[in-house]
Design a protein around this ligand. Structure first.
Ligand code: GLU
Length: 370
């Protein structure tokens, strides 16, 4: 019997498995998943659970007579249903479960990112099962991840997992929509995620869940680029978890890339949202690609309104493609005044010596590099 090769995994379970009917939480599909997590625990393999279902569970307590649920009502449902979702899971385990709620806003902030990371590591060290969900009750549009597939990929990189299992209500990724084409074939392995792979994804048909196949492929793209094997499996079938325990692939495996990006670069590329743009000269673009930091002299233009410490993308004047992304040491307002100038002339004008590096090499990620 083959043994699974991973040591730490994130298991993502969607609303369709937690609250399959419109009657609140159910144990129907969770028993097999819980048994899988318990077996992993006994073998010394660590699991972080990312669980949806708070809003779906909350429908039992807050009824709403339409499929178009307003955001405020959905948030209230999530707040009340989060309790039920946690209770539904914890009844299966003899070890403790910890509730960890986060938003994209938390993951964008380097200090909070590190804090969540430390908490999750500490929970794992103490054999506690972290159960993560988005903090839906307070997340606004600008600060939410929006779907738990992408959240699970972010959590997988946070905890340096080596596998991500996305448990869905479908067997994996198919070469056509199996609901429409009964002869559609499951794709067992994906080496590289291309546009053609994304084109195979349809939207969600679930009334309350946010994600669909597209968000699952996005999650796989994030996780595999960080060196994490990602599986989409059918969480409705008990045999899925027996196969996973034997190291078999019951669904679609998106293979991890050989050259994973460092944590920080990954965070920079996939988690930080760019707040503006810096346009640079051709020579500066070439220097950046070779690893130089960005200094004031090569800056031709500044667009958008950003603060010190915000992420910005860098473009070369004539090309529409962003060539790099980085964390800027200056605000857009400051940069507009000092762009294109030598440090000595800035010092003369403003009476202070500026930090010469607008973006340090360490905080800069070349997008063509991947
Ligand atoms: N955070 C949402 C919930 O617990 C789930 C988001 C999703 O369906 O991906 O209801």
């Amino acid at each position: 019997m083959k043994m699974p090769s991973w040591q730490r995994a994130v298991v993502k379970v969607g609303s369709a498995l937690i609250a399959p009917d419109d009657t609140g939480t159910s144990t129907k599909y969770l028993l097999a998943i819980a048994r899988f997590i318990i077996e992993c625990h006994e073998r010394g393999q660590e699991v972080v659970l990312v669980s949806s279902g708070s809003a779906a569970a909350g429908r039992k307590h807050i009824s709403y007579d339409s499929d178009k649920i307003p955001v405020t009502v959905k948030k209230a449902m999530a707040a009340v249903g989060q309790n039920d979702m946690m209770a539904n899971w914890s009844r299966f385990f003899d070890f403790p479960c910890a509730q960890v709620l986060m938003t994209h806003g938390d993951l964008r902030d380097r200090a909070r990112y590190v804090s969540i990371r430390n908490t999750l590591h500490t929970l794992l060290e103490h054999s506690v099962l972290p159960i993560v969900n988005e903090n839906d009750a307070l997340a606004t549009d600008e600060m939410k991840v929006g779907d738990n597939d992408n959240l699970a990929a972010m959590v997988a990189t946070l905890v340096d997992a080596d596998a991500l299992f996305i448990c869905s209500d479908i067997d994996g990724l198919f070469d056509a929509d199996p609901r429409v084409k009964p002869d559609a074939k499951k794709i067992p392995e994906v080496d590289t995620i291309t546009e053609e792979i994304f084109a195979l994804a349809g939207g969600t048909t679930n009334k309350i869940a946010t994600g669909g196949m597209r968000t699952k492929i996005e999650a796989a793209e994030k996780a595999t680029s960080h060196g994490i094997d990602t599986y989409i499996v059918n969480g409705r079938k008990g045999e899925t978890f027996e196969l996973l325990l034997q190291g078999e692939n019951p669904g679609t495996l998106f293979k991890r890339q050989q050259d994973p990006m460092s944590n920080k670069k990954h965070w920079l590329r996939h988690t930080l949202i760019s707040q503006g743009e810096i346009v640079v000269s051709e020579a500066t673009a070439q220097a950046l690609i070779k690893g130089a930091p960005l200094t004031t002299t090569g800056i031709v233009d500044v667009q958008g309104d950003f603060n010190r410490g915000d992420a910005v993308v860098i473009r070369h004047g004539e090309s529409a493609e962003a060539i790099a992304k980085g964390i800027c040491q200056y605000s857009s307002h400051e940069l507009l005044h000092i762009k294109g100038q030598e440090a000595s002339s800035i010092a003369e004008q403003y009476g202070y010596s500026p930090i010469t590096e607008v973006i340090e090499s360490n905080d800069l990620m070349i997008l063509e590099d991947e």
